[in-house]
Ligand binder design. Sequence first.
Ligand code: GUN
Length: 281
Amino acid sequence: MTLIDGKALADKMAVALKTKVDALKTAGVTPGLVVVLVGENPASQVYVRNKERRATAAGFNSEVIRLAEDTSEADLLSLIDKLNADEKWHGILVQLPLPAHISEEKVLLEISPDKDVDGFHPINMGRLWSGNPLMIPSTPAGIMVMLEEYGVDVSGKTAVVIGRSNIVGKPMAQMLLDKNATVTIAHSKTKNLPELAKTADILVVAIGRGNFVTADFVKPGAVVIDVGMNRDDNGKLIGDVKFDEVAPIASLITPVPGGVGPMTITMLMEQTYEAAKRQLD
Ligand code: GUN
């Protein structure tokens, strides 16, 4: 079994990114990432702080706009319009979840597809599915980079993705399909899930339930990617995969923490950089 070290890969890419950013700045463009956070969700505050720290370290212009929980939908939409029009920002990210009185759909539609670093706008989701991607969701994008880095040839492989969210499961399936895998998307209503999962050469788990995938889900020699971020009863961060049980039978596996997580922010930075570079075209 080989551990896929997402942290080490993210650190390596951060060094390379800094060099690319310095060159772009010399050419007159500084990448800019603006994050909008509405309310006080504690997990969101941690994510947003990490994004800001990484953007600053990469040499980006970086700003977090923190809005009160009771901000109106209209005010948020007009802020997004302003950010869309501001050349300083190449990436706009509105942290989810939003308070219940604000429509997530309306907000995601308002962000210019050219600045939608999350890749959540329907235009970007449609572009990905039609084979002409522009901005793509960071978590599955990071997984594709990890697979490539560790020499996993996806073509012709059987892949099972457990989880069908717009953020991970669906775009993950499309990215694997685009590299010629045979892909099945499984979910909470799937029958005989362990048997199905056991057909996978590449198993991606994004179901959001701690230690859900046990050894009986995994074909010996499979590549296992764990997107889960759950807390156990002691508050410890655990994945969706029961690591101690699955690791001995996998050929490659991502740990939690230190696997998929660090690569997600890395891809957000890479996409902001790419968007900034397009400003020169
Ligand atoms: N909340 C949890 N993950 C994400 C993400 O990738 N993007 C945004 N915008 N919000 C999130």
